[in-house]
Design a protein. Structure first.
Length: 255
C-alpha cells in the first residue's frame, strides 16, 4: 500500500468518524420516528450502538471513496460527468453490503440482548446470517443514490459557488448542505422501506413493506422521519465533504 492510498484511507476513516459523532443521536431519533416509537432525549437511548458505528461507519466511507476511485481509474481518463455519477452509484452499492447488516445490528430489533456480541450470536442462531441483510434492496437504492450526492454533487456545486464564496471551508460546507438536501428528498422513501422491513417481527419483502406503508399512512408515509433524517443527511454530507476536503488540502502538502 503506497502513501497516497494510506492517506486516502485515513481521510475516509476520519471523515466517517466525524460524521458519526455529529449525527448518531439524530439517526436514533429518525429510526424511532419511522417505527412510531415515542420521542426521547435520553442519551442512553440516542447513543445506543454508537460504539459499533464508530468502527463500522468509517469503513463504509472508505469503501465508497476507494471503490469510486478504482472505478474512475478503470474508466476513460478523464471520466465524463455521466461516468462519475455511475462510478459513485456503484461505490454506494458496494458500501450498502456493509451498511445494511450494520444498521440492522444497531437497530432496536438488532440489539435484542445486553451486548452487541450477544445480540449478533442470538440473531444468527435464531434466523441465520440472512437476517442481517433484511432490506438490502432498499438499502442498495438508498446508498447508491446517497453516494452520488456525497462523492459527485458537491464537486459540481463548488464550481458554481466559487465566484461567490472565497473561503474553502465555507464553500465545502455550503455545497455539502445543498447536496444533503437533494439526497434527503431522493432517498427518504428507500430508507423508510428499509426501516420498516428491518423492524418487522417476521420477514417482509420490499413490495410488502411498500404496500403496508401506503395502506397505513398514504404517500406521505414514505417520508416518515423525514425531518430527523433530513437533519442527519444534510449534516452528514456537509461534515463528510468539509472534513474530506480539509484533510486533502492538509495532507497533499505533507510528504
Amino acid at each position: 500500500m503506497d502513501k497516497k492510498q494510506q492517506k486516502s484511507i485515513f481521510i475516509g476513516y476520519a471523515s466517517g468518524l466525524t460524521r458519526v459523532m455529529f449525527t448518531h443521536p439524530i439517526w436514533s431519533m429518525k429510526v424511532r420516528a419511522q417505527q412510531n416509537l415515542p420521542f426521547t432525549l435520553n442519551p442512553r437511548t440516542l447513543y445506543s450502538g454508537i460504539g459499533v458505528s464508530t468502527v463500522t461507519y468509517p469503513l463504509t466511507v472508505i469503501i465508497q471513496l476507494e471503490l469510486n476511485q478504482f472505478l474512475q481509474q478503470a474508466s476513460t481518463s478523464p471520466p465524463s460527468k455521466f461516468q462519475q455519477l455511475g462510478c459513485a452509484f456503484l461505490a454506494g452499492i458496494g458500501a450498502s453490503l456493509v451498511n445494511c447488516p450494520i444498521e440492522y445490528s444497531v437497530s432496536p430489533q438488532g440489539l435484542v440482548k445486553k451486548s452487541f456480541q450477544e445480540s449478533t450470536a442470538h440473531i444468527i442462531k435464531t434466523h441465520g446470517l440472512k437476517r442481517f441483510f433484511t432490506g438490502q434492496v432498499a438499502t442498495t437504492l438508498r446508498d447508491g443514490s446517497f453516494a452520488t450526492f456525497f462523492l459527485v454533487a458537491p464537486l459540481f456545486l463548488e464550481q458554481y459557488i466559487k465566484p461567490y464564496v472565497e473561503q474553502e471551508e465555507a464553500k465545502s460546507l455550503i455545497a455539502g448542505m445543498i447536496s444533503g438536501t437533494g439526497a434527503t428528498l431522493l432517498t427518504q422513501p428507500f430508507d423508510t422501506v428499509k426501516t420498516i422491513q428491518q423492524s418487522a417481527s417476521e420477514a417482509l419483502s420490499s413490495t410488502q413493506a411498500i404496500k403496508n406503508i401506503y395502506k397505513n399512512y398514504g404517500p406521505f408515509g414514505f417520508f416518515k422521519g423525514g425531518a430527523e433524517r433530513g437533519a442527519m443527511v444534510i449534516t452528514s454530507i456537509a461534515v463528510l465533504n468539509t472534513t474530506r476536503n480539509a484533510l486533502e488540502r492538509v495532507l497533499c502538502d505533507s510528504p
